[in-house]
Ligand binder design. Structure first.
Ligand SMILES: [Zn+2]
Length: 261
């Protein structure tokens, strides 16, 4: 049997817990690390439906990218989804582990490396380094074989399985240098411009922030869930390649709270 702690130690070799941002709450949130793993369910978000799915399949560990709890909880009366998820997990003996901004901040086997792989972006490097280590930091930048901008929009839409792309004016005819950041990446816009990116693919840009593109770069806002959906596959591959004595499953629940009409 494999203990929860063994899986955690392995994932922390790839993305050490101390690399998480201050506001984050990655790590083991519910459960006992000395318990054996029956099977693992992997998701982007840990919703009630995901906990129900784990119960139905007999998985006693959920590995999610986003932590269910960010701040202190004072009451457990089931008044909101966070309390209900925690209570349901405890009642059903399901451990909840998250690997969030620490997985965003590593070049190797991280969230942004996976996006680059899916979009066939090569010669990648971290966009904004956190420290001396070139392998650690936020966002990623790299190159694609030059592509007409309309073809590039199609390419991103198809590879990332998008219904819609919000973008600023198509000020570049050819796209060759691409910056990416899974999740909310608007804080990296100036870094993407400085690095000479033709386009910056991320999510959660606010209306006024789109103006900052200033016809020097194309911002493509592809949606938060959509930008990170392949993180599920990334975690699945890491876990199932390493551990053979328990099953890993990707969630079938669409946890994206944003719908399109
Ligand atoms: Zn995210």
């Amino acid at each position: 049997m494999t203990k929860i702690s063994e899986l955690i130690d392995y994932l922390h070799l790839i993305a050490p817990n101390h690399l998480q941002e201050e506001y984050d709450n990655s790590g083991l949130i519910v459960g006992n690390e000395h318990d054996d793993i029956s099977s693992v369910l992997i998701s982007l978000d840990c919703t009630e439906q995901v906990v129900d799915e784990a119960i139905a399949m007999g998985a006693n560990l959920i590995v999610s990218h986003h932590p269910i709890v960010f701040r202190g909880l004072k009451r457990f009366t089931g008044k909101n989804y966070i309390q209900r998820v925690v209570a349901k997990a405890i009642k059903n003996d399901i451990a909840l582990f998250s690997i969030h901004t620490n997985l965003d901040n590593v070049a190797m086997d991280g969230v942004n490396g996976k996006i680059c792989e899916v979009l066939e972006i090569e010669n990648t490097r971290i966009l904004k380094n956190k420290n001396e280590d070139s392998q650690i930091g936020a966002g990623m930048i790299g190159e694609i074989s030059p592509m007409d901008v309309m073809n590039f929009l199609d390419h991103v839409k198809q590879k990332m399985r998008l219904k819609v792309i919000k973008h600023t004016s198509l000020c570049k005819q050819k796209i060759a240098k691409v910056a990416v950041c899974g999740g909310s990446g608007s804080f990296l816009l100036q870094d993407a411009i400085k690095a000479g990116a033709d386009v910056f693919i991320t999510s959660d840009f606010k209306y006024h922030e789109f103006f900052d593109a200033e016809d020097t770069i194309i911002i493509m806002d592809i949606g938060h869930f959509e930008s990170e959906r392949f993180t599920i596959d990334l975690l699945y591959a890491l876990i199932s390649n390493k551990f053979a004595n328990f099953a890993a499953h990707c969630t079938k629940v669409d946890t994206n709270p944003v719908k399109y009409f």
